[in-house]
Design a protein around this ligand. Structure first.
Ligand code: CDP
Length: 217
């Protein structure tokens, strides 16, 4: 039977790396819900409008956010623009939690996410997957790591993409985003009681993938 796997957790916990590898091993589709909120934030910046709540909702409502297969890889589109790389810039990261806290933005994304998962065979990662998007998911995992380790991972990821950002700045940005995501009114980041807590501090990617695969067994 094809299952649905929900992976939630704070920024930089390694959710996308792990979810992608687990999906590959299971032959499932990987759905990166953070990328969808990032695409909306990218569109707001691209539109060049003041990022007020009203403008964000307006731009997002008109924007067709989609995850599409191009060959074997999933790419992120905002209307007809492939934004897979451009949604990872510090500017998008700085805006995304503001975009993601708005009810109409979330309603649109959650509807898309549920329709993508309706036939099962998906690994979906985000903040509210087990608690809201897929409350009946077969496997629920809450992935986390210490703030120092998460900042270090993000530093390495950004460096590989050509961004040299001070570690303290990244740690502060991660802490601020965690706070915004955990304290927002609509579908905050939360660990549902039935989710398995996986603290990946000091673990290799392989070790985490093995643990998650065992939970999917
Ligand atoms: O990869 P990283 O940990 O930086 O974050 P992400 O998964 O790309 O998500 C970016 C942002 O989107 C988060 O900080 C949340 O504000 C928002 N998000 C959300 O609200 N709900 C989700 N299911 C996924 C992401």
């Amino acid at each position: 039977m094809k299952k649905t796997v929900a992976i939630d957790g704070p920024a930089g916990a390694g959710k996308s790396t792990i979810a992608k590898l687990v999906a590959e091993k299971l032959g499932y589709i990987y759905i990166d819900t953070g990328a969808m909120y990032r695409a909306a934030a990218w569109k707001v910046l691209d539109a060049g409008v003041e990022p007020t709540d009203e403008n964000i909702v307006d731009v997002t409502k008109k924007c067709d956010v989609r995850l599409r297969f191009v060959g074997d890889a999933v790419r992120v589109f905002a209307d007809d623009t492939d934004v897979t790389e451009s949604i990872r810039t510090p500017e998008v990261t700085a805006l995304v939690s503001k975009v993601a806290q708005l009810g109409p933005v979330r309603a649109k994304m959650v509807e898309l996410q549920r329709s993508m998962a309706k036939d099962g065979g998906v690994v979906m990662d985000g903040r509210d997957i087990a608690s809201n998007v897929l409350p009946n998911a077969d496997v629920k995992i809450f992935l986390t790591a210490s703030i120092e380790e998460r900042a270090l991972r993000r530093w390495k990821e950004m460096k590989a993409k050509g961004y040299e950002e001070p570690m303290e700045k990244l740690a502060a940005e991660i802490a601020a985003r965690d706070k915004a995501d955990s304290e927002r009114e609509i579908s905050p980041l939360v660990r549902v009681p039935e989710a398995t807590l996986l603290d990946t501090t000091g673990m290799t990617i392989d070790e985490v993938v093995q643990k998650v695969m065992a939970l999917c067994g």
